[in-house]
Design a protein around this ligand. Structure first.
Ligand code: NAI
Length: 480
């Protein structure tokens, strides 16, 4: 704690550099800046205590400071061990008006290269408010903060933390240890936090999947807004964001020429579509694997070969997973890859790649090349290059998605926070998406920022196609 701000970041002296990049990012995030202007006299988030778990990048710094400018108090942690940009974290702690000696910003608990126990400690700190009142809003990416509150509440009701959950991974061991010690030292903590939260706004596909599973089981403790399925989020961030940041991660990690190589993209959803385009744009020959015939057909129509991983492993130079599923590339697959082939994941969790199986593979040796780049050498002498230990490589090896696309995603986040904070009583404990007119509002700001001119409907045209002159312009089931 310094000047009343508690924090845990790598190096507060990086704040000046962070502030410069935040200033440049603000210009590239017109949606967030428009929301700051729109609400400059209203402070719709006054009284909100937002606990946020989302990659602590420069773009997220602009989100955090937008929430603050709308009246919220905020605490933050990253949602991934490798995704924090240390200068952004430092700048958020110092704040626009503070100094390193006298920080006046937001408590942040995040640094690049956390261990798993450190990661969950940071999540716990972000959820633990010094006055003891806890958060009344959650902003989550991937659902780890939501998970901790739900599991904590569940175990407090049972009076015991089980010896194991779901699997025997290191991650679950760490979570259970943390909850066991809070059950001993602060029984009732998570039940109280869960009861105090008005709602959660969730950023990504994987977090939304967890929320819908909890809602279906009747376990959700508070309402949720699915930000991911705003069209201006998943059809932009997941696709065009990845198109930018996937090759950025591969280049910074390896600097291997992508042109002419065979690149396999596992999964052809929104992220897979951006990934394939990203690699094809560099001149790679892209092959797609899919379980869903509709997405497989889309890949084929877009000009990519559709194949099973097993069929194409022997020729693949680069393999990227984008499925949000587990066990997609197993250790046996890795062992069959070409010498110095590159393997990386860009889906939310590292379980797409069987990293545990690789570490146990007979005779395998890990040679660290540099942070977030490892060469794994097999007993026969051939090796593969694994990026970010199987965690999302665009944030581990590069700096994630650029500001302009994140301005779309984060505008939806801010709108969703205002909606749930102010109208939580109107929402059941289920998962909702924002109405289409707000999606169109976010898009309009960004079209105009790019100098685009929107065509205006005449009254007669609007009647003819059955919409209002001011929108929404599409029915709910339209797929874009
Ligand atoms: P999506 O549901 O649109 O796409 C996933 C695709 O993978 C689906 O088409 C599905 O049929 C396919 N799939 C599932 N299992 C498969 C298997 N075993 N083999 C081949 N294909 C399989 O999801 P979306 O939005 O594309 O997100 C994917 C992942 O990326 C999620 O974990 C999401 O949270 C994450 N994400 C990561 C971002 C980043 O910056 N790294 C940004 C946005 C999302």
């Amino acid at each position: 704690t310094r000047n009343g701000v508690d924090f845990a970041v790598a190096d507060l002296s990086l704040a000046e550099f962070g502030r410069k990049e935040i200033r440049l990012a603000e210009h590239e995030m017109p949606g967030l800046m428009a929301l700051r202007r729109e609400y400059s006299e209203v402070y719709p988030l006054r009284g909100a205590r937002i606990s946020g778990s989302l990659h602590m990048t420069v773009q997220t710094a602009v989100l955090i400071e937008t929430l603050v400018s709308l009246g919220a108090e905020v605490r933050w942690a990253s949602c991934n061990i490798f995704s924090t940009q240390d200068h952004a974290a430092a700048a958020v702690v110092v704040g626009p008006y503070g100094t390193v000696e006298e920080p006046k910003g937001v408590p942040v608990f995040a640094w690049k290269g956390e261990t798993l126990p450190e990661y969950w400690w940071c999540t716990d700190q972000m959820l633990t408010w010094p006055a003891g009142d806890g958060p009344n809003m959650l902003l989550d990416d991937g659902g780890d903060a939501t998970l901790l509150i739900h599991k904590g509440t569940q175990y407090e009701a049972a009076g015991v933390v089980p010896a194991a959950e779901e699997d025997d991974s290191e991650e679950w061991t760490v979570i259970l240890d943390l909850l066991r010690s809070s059950l001993e030292s602060d029984k009732g903590k998570w039940t109280k936090v869960g009861a105090g939260v008005r709602g959660v706004t969730e950023e990504t596909t994987t977090g939304v999947l967890r929320l819908t599973q909890m809602a279906a089981a009747g376990e959700l403790l508070f309402p949720a807004i699915n930000v991911n399925d705003s069209v201006t989020k998943s059809k932009f961030d997941n696709k065009y964001g990845i198109r930018h940041s996937l090759v950025d991660g591969i280049n910074r990690g390896t600097d291997v020429l992508i042109g002419g190589k065979v690149a396999v993209v596992c999964g052809y959803g929104d992220v897979g579509k951006g990934a394939a385009e990203s690699l094809a744009g560099q001149g790679a020959r892209v092959i797609v694997t899919e379980i869903d015939p509709i997405c497989a057909l889309q890949a084929a129509m877009d000009g990519y070969q559709v194949a099973r991983l097993e069929t194409v492993l022997p020729i693949a130079d680069i393999v990227i997973t984008t499925t949000g599923n587990k066990d997609v590339v197993m250790a046996e697959h890795m062992a069959q890859m070409k010498h110095q082939a590159i393997l990386g994941n860009i889906g939310h969790f590292d379980n797409e790649l069987d990293m545990a199986g690789l570490a146990r593979y007979p005779g395998v040796k890990r040679v660290n090349i540099k942070p977030q780049v490892d060469e794994w050498v097999f007993a026969d002498g051939h090796s593969i290059i694994v990026l970010s230990e199987g965690r999302l490589l665009n944030l581990g090896n590069a700096t994630g998605h650029p500001s302009f696309v994140m301005s779309n995603s984060f505008s939806n986040q801010v709108i969703a926070q205002i909606e749930l904070f102010t109208k939580y009583k109107e929402y059941d404990k289920e998962v909702f998406t924002l109405p289409k007119h707000l999606d169109e509002k976010v898009a309009k700001i960004h079209v105009e920022a790019l100098g685009g001119e929107l065509t205006k409907l005449t009254k007669e045209q609007a009647e003819y196609i059955g919409v209002d002159v001011e929108g929404p312009f599409k029915p709910a089931q339209y797929r874009y």
